[in-house]
Design a protein around this ligand. Structure first.
Ligand SMILES: [Zn+2]
Ligand SMILES: [Zn+2]
Length: 117
């Protein structure tokens, strides 16, 4: 994973209800793109992603409800991360800035990660 310089931080964000996408503007000029469902699927909390070798409850095939993939708000966690608050009340996933950038779904990032079809 590419290391994110310490001074790269989110400067603003936008939740687009119509496309159900979170967009974050970063201090290095990048605009990251996070469709709600992809963001929820990437939830790093122990319950979703598992921990200590235990499988979490979320994987590629998980089917989410509309509530589970509706983003209500973002809570800043210190100076290193954000926690999304989801429609079903789930709010235990701390997404570090590095992780957010690593799961950015913009064309440029997907191309860099070799994910673009
Ligand atoms: Zn979670
Ligand atoms: Zn990107």
């Amino acid at each position: 994973m590419m290391r994110l310089p310490n001074d790269v931080v989110p400067v603003s964000y936008l939740m687009d209800e119509e496309t159900r996408t979170l967009m974050i503007s970063w201090s290095d000029g990048h605009e990251s793109v996070h469709p709600y469902e992809a963001l929820r699927r990437a939830c790093p909390c122990a319950w979703c992603a598992g921990e200590g070798g235990q499988k979490g409850s979320v994987d590629h095939d998980t089917v989410f409800t509309g509530q589970q993939t509706t983003l209500y708000e973002l809570t800043p966690i210190g100076r290193y991360g954000l926690t999304p608050v989801w429609g079903d009340g789930h709010r235990t996933g701390i997404y570090t800035y590095e992780r957010l950038r690593a799961v950015c779904q913009c064309d440029e990032c997907r191309l860099l990660r070799g994910e673009r079809r």
